[in-house]
Design a protein around this ligand. Structure first.
Ligand SMILES: NC(=O)c1ccc[n+]([C@@H]2O[C@H](COP(=O)([O-])OP(=O)(O)OC[C@H]3O[C@@H](n4cnc5c(N)ncnc54)[C@H](OP(=O)(O)O)[C@@H]3O)[C@@H](O)[C@H]2O)c1
Length: 251
């Protein structure tokens, strides 16, 4: 399966670490110029740009809070000035995801998640859409989650926001289908990243016991799926939810 995407430019939000960093590396390896958005991790983002450059790729780092309209406008302006018009938008950034009972949840705690998974995707898409439409090409890839299918307890704000993100994906896909712009969602299972460093083995084992493939996935598994959807090979695929979770949500 070819993942030829050379000479295109991607913007990956929240790419200083975790899944976003793996996605940025994989897109760069497929020949795409990558705008790496970060929030606090300037050094990590710079290191990633350097790694990509050492491997012959092209990347630049851009600080922005992707929950803020003016910062998104600046981010897209700076990224396009540096690397060219955005062909591939990967909506990946996330803030903290605390577990809370229904009694502990508030409207604010729901808005905290909706800002990342509804507000930010909308504002990002609106910022890149005019040039995608002009060129008749675009790839929008939302990073969702399996939690919407699983309905994890004590997590309703995050689960609801991830469900809303899937709704955006499907509606945008239909609306944009005639324009050459595809919109898909990659739904990872639990993929340990830096922030899971303190999780004990028992918790990991309890999760994998229910996973048909019986092991955890790796950031590269998600990155490969994103690179495929970003590529010319995926030109006839839109409005889809691609689960990367060892079969955990087979229906
Ligand atoms: N890992 C998993 O198990 C898993 C499973 C299912 C779905 N997902 C989804 O995959 C995506 C990535 O998750 P992850 O686990 O890789 O997260 P992560 O390791 O916690 O990384 C979060 C990234 O988002 C950035 N970020 C935080 N607040 C931001 C803001 N206001 N503006 C811009 N960037 C911001 C962080 O930047 P700084 O570090 O620079 O501040 C960091 O690069 C999320 O959408 C998440 O819901 C993850």
């Amino acid at each position: 399966m070819s993942t030829q995407t050379s000479k295109r430019t991607a913007l990956v939000t929240g790419a200083s670490r975790g899944l976003g960093a793996a996605i940025a590396l994989e897109l760069a390896a497929s020949g795409v110029n990558v705008a790496i958005n970060y929030f606090n991790g300037a050094n990590l983002a710079d290191d990633l740009c350097q790694q990509i450059a050492e491997r012959g790729g092209r990347a630049a780092a851009f600080q922005a809070d992707v929950r803020d309209e003016a910062e998104i406008a600046r981010l897209v302006r700076e990224a396009e000035a540096s690397l060219g018009a955005i062909d591939i938008l990967v909506v990946n950034a996330t803030g903290p995801q605390p577990f809370q009972s229904i009694e502990e949840q508030t409207w604010r705690s729901h808005l905290d998640q909706l800002e990342f998974f509804v507000k930010s995707p909308l504002l990002l898409l609106q910022a890149v859409l005019p040039t995608m439409k002009q060129r008749g090409f675009g790839r929008v890839i939302n990073i969702g989650s399996e939690v919407f299918e699983l309905g994890n307890p004590r997590f309703a704000n995050y689960v609801a926001a991830k469900g809303a993100q899937l709704g955006l994906t499907r509606s945008w896909a239909r609306e944009l289908a005639p324009t050459g712009i595809t919109v898909n969602l990659v739904a990872p299972g639990w993929i340990p990243v830096e922030r899971h460093a303190g999780v004990d083995q028992q918790e990991l084992d309890a999760y994998t016991a229910d996973v048909p493939m019986q092991h955890m996935g790796q950031p590269l598994d998600v990155a490969k799926a994103v690179a495929f959807l970003a590529s010319d090979s995926a030109r006839f695929i839109t409005g889809q939810r691609l689960a990367v979770n060892g079969g955990n949500t087979i229906s």
